[in-house]
Design a binder for this molecule. Structure first.
Ligand code: AR6
Length: 183
């Protein structure tokens, strides 16, 4: 199954297996943040470790954020110039979870666009500690990004970085279904 698709206006969406902190060719990576924008487990722990303590200092005045919101900082020790911090919904607690998750992807990619960035990498927001099932989360992610694509003027590439090969394959399948509906 192909891991790259293009929207009608030529934006590339791709899915790979990998680590979100090791994507040096992207302008920004997205953090699966907590409301206080502090380090934690999963993606947030990995991003804060790789970025170093300056990231937590830069986050402090921006916190707290609400589910669905996105804020931007520098990347510090990361290979990316920027980090976009998104607070996903806790599945079954922050409702409606699908709308709040869609807001994360929409606000995250629009914030990157507003800052003139051309590439952004997302992890599968809310699918770890926050308990959102992977397949419905992938559907929300891709249908939101495809629907927002025509509002983007600087973002040209969106990469999904999935920790496991199984999750990457599932994302490729869902992406190909969503892109099929778009043509
Ligand atoms: N690169 C790519 N994907 C990863 C990585 C990585 N380095 N590490 C984990 N994943 P999570 P959430 C996958 O828990 O559900 C934190 O403690 C992981 O397999 O990071 O939004 C924060 O402080 C899963 O599929 O994010 C918050 O309190 C996905 O990334 C809370 O967890 C998201 O898992 C946020 O929970």
């Amino acid at each position: 199954m192909s891991d790259q698709f293009k929207t009608k206006n030529g934006i590339q969406i791709e899915c790979i297996q990998g680590d979100i902190t090791k994507q040096p060719d992207l302008d920004a990576v997205v953090n699966a943040a907590n409301a206080q924008l502090m380090t934690g487990g999963g993606v947030a722990g990995a991003i804060h470790r790789a970025a170093g303590p300056e990231l937590a200092r830069a986050c402090e005045p921006l916190a707290p954020i609400r589910p669905g919101e996105a804020v931007i900082t520098e990347g510090f020790g990361l290979p990316n110039a920027h980090v976009i911090h998104c607070l996903g919904p806790v599945y079954g607690v922050d409702e409606p979870s699908d709308t709040l998750l869609a807001n994360c992807y929409r606000n995250g990619v629009l914030l990157a666009d507003k800052h003139g960035l051309s590439s952004i990498g997302f992890p599968a927001l809310s699918t770890g500690a926050f308990g959102y099932p992977m397949e419905p989360a992938a559907r929300v992610a891709f249908s939101t990004l495809v629907s927002v694509a025509d509002q983007l003027s600087s973002v040209r590439r969106i990469r999904f970085v999935l920790f496991s090969g199984e999750d990457a394959e599932l994302h490729r399948q869902v992406l190909s279904e969503v892109m099929g509906q778009d043509t």
